[in-house]
Write a protein that binds this ligand. Structure first.
Ligand code: RFL
Ligand code: PHB
Length: 389
């Protein structure tokens, strides 16, 4: 088989790229290791920048997002039992949209299915060959059969644990990583959200986040030890701990209920450079990871997709390689800024095991500065709603 672009990974990056290419008349085959239901069972991101929303519009898959997504004009930050508001709309003119990654991925799967564009699920042993030549190809196994696709380009959209990044030789690849000494315990519950905006809370017992998916579905997180497992936490223990980490007035309003999902995610900052090797281009979590504190993971994947789409369209439509040649440089410039923001916002809100009294004072005054200084709030808001592409 032959196609123009093989997309390894059918998560949000791969599906969005596939749909945008399809709209521009460029053929792609998506290869996904898991089943559709498995991918849709992963509860992840909830906050979309308007840049990602614009790409969903361009892909023709934004109708439900506009109908069901919540427009958030700001966010709440809590510390010392108080809470303050950062007004994104006033400071930047731009809101964010709260719409689950699960739903966005479902919309993209439905669109791919409706368009008849090829996607193979449950593929094994994907290997990318000759990426540093003009004739790359990809081999894999599907239901026990060996398959091969020849192509012009390979998009590595297979997440942090995928094969694409590993295809780039270690002599070329440079990796930057920071791990954090805690995780996030997340709970999804069929209860109304406690507030109409997200609440990011710094408390002496550790970080907490109140988020949502819709009017009757809430998503809450608390900082936990890396050694914890979800089974260690009964629903009761989770709700009690969450309440202790929120201002009293908020805790009193919190409606609790049985969890319908409970999981722990470690926090990591990670970037690989370059994001291109020959005709292989890395996109999304395959190339970089941020701690979820600034809600940047899915949104940085989207800017990669935009830069790669532009490069591929220039190549196919004008025979110009400039966009592809500059892909890695352009993508990384934006990625590192999102890495900085996510790292800073994480350091503002969590308790670290080795934090001294001095460190705590610094953290408290950093938050107070954000509360009291409009320039700082604007810088925060610009980062949160998404820096320009
Ligand atoms: P994904 O979603 O990991 O998808 C990669 C896909 O590739 C498949 N795959 C393979 N397929 C074929 N062959 C192989 N060898 C393969 N290896 C892997 C996988 O099965 C999978 O389907 O990466 P992608 O598409 O780059 O998307 C990235 C986002 O999923 C991620 O950045 C976000 O979820 C991060 N994130 C958040 N991002 C936001 O922008 N806003 C948020 O509010 C937000 N909250 C979060 C988050 C991530 C979290 N966790 C659990 C990591 C909250 C959490 C808790
Ligand atoms: C979520 O709703 O899952 C969510 C929201 C904001 C974040 C991280 C996760 O910063």
């Amino acid at each position: 088989m032959r196609t123009q672009v093989v997309i390894v990974g059918g998560g949000p990056s791969g599906l969005l790229l596939g749909q945008l290419l399809h709209k521009r008349g460029i053929d792609a085959v998506v290869l996904e290791r898991k089943t559709r239901d498995y991918v849709l069972g992963r509860i992840r991101a909830g906050v979309l920048e308007t840049g990602l929303v614009a790409l969903m519009e361009q892909a023709g898959v934004a109708d439900r997002l506009h109908r069901e997504g919540f427009v958030h004009d700001g966010t709440q930050v809590a510390f010392n039992g108080e809470m303050f508001h950062v007004d994104f709309k006033k400071l930047t003119g731009t809101p964010v949209i709260v719409y689950g990654q699960t739903e966005l991925t479902r919309d993209l799967y439905d669109a791919r299915e409706a368009s008849g564009a090829p996607i193979e699920f449950e593929v094994d042993d994907v290997v990318i060959h000759d990426a540093d030549t003009e004739s790359p190809y990809v081999t894999y196994r599907l239901h026990g059969q060996d398959k091969r696709i020849d192509c012009d380009f390979v998009a590595g959209c297979d997440g942090f644990h995928g094969v694409s990044r590993q295809t780039i030789p270690l002599t070329v690849r440079r990796e930057y990583e920071k791990t954090y000494p805690f995780g996030w315990l997340g709970v999804l519950s069929e209860t109304p959200p406690v507030h109409d905006e997200l609440i990011y809370s710094n408390s002496e017992r550790g970080f907490a986040l109140c988020s949502m998916r819709n009017d009757h579905l809430s998503r809450y997180y608390i900082q936990c030890a890396l050694s914890d497992s979800p089974e260690d936490w009964t629903d009761d223990a989770f709700w009690q701990e969450l309440k202790r980490r929120l201002p009293e007035a908020v805790a009193d309003r919190l409606i609790t209920g049985p969890s319908i999902e409970k999981s722990i995610a470690p926090l990591r900052s990670f970037v690989t450079e370059p994001m291109r090797w020959g005709r292989l281009f890395l996109c999304g979590d395959a190339a970089h990871i941020v701690p979820p504190t600034g809600a940047k993971g899915l949104n940085t994947a989207a800017s990669d997709v935009q830069y790669l789409l532009t490069g591929l369209c220039q190549w196919y439509e004008d025979g110009d390689s400039d966009g592809l040649d500059r892909y890695s440089e352009k993508a990384l410039l934006r990625i590192w800024k999102a890495e900085r923001f996510s790292w800073w916002f994480s350091s503002l809100l969590h308790r670290y095991p080795d934090q001294s009294e001095f460190d705590l004072k610094m953290q408290q005054s950093d938050i107070a500065f954000l509360r009291d200084n409009e320039a700082q709030q604007r810088a925060f808001a610009e980062n949160y709603v998404g820096l320009p592409y």
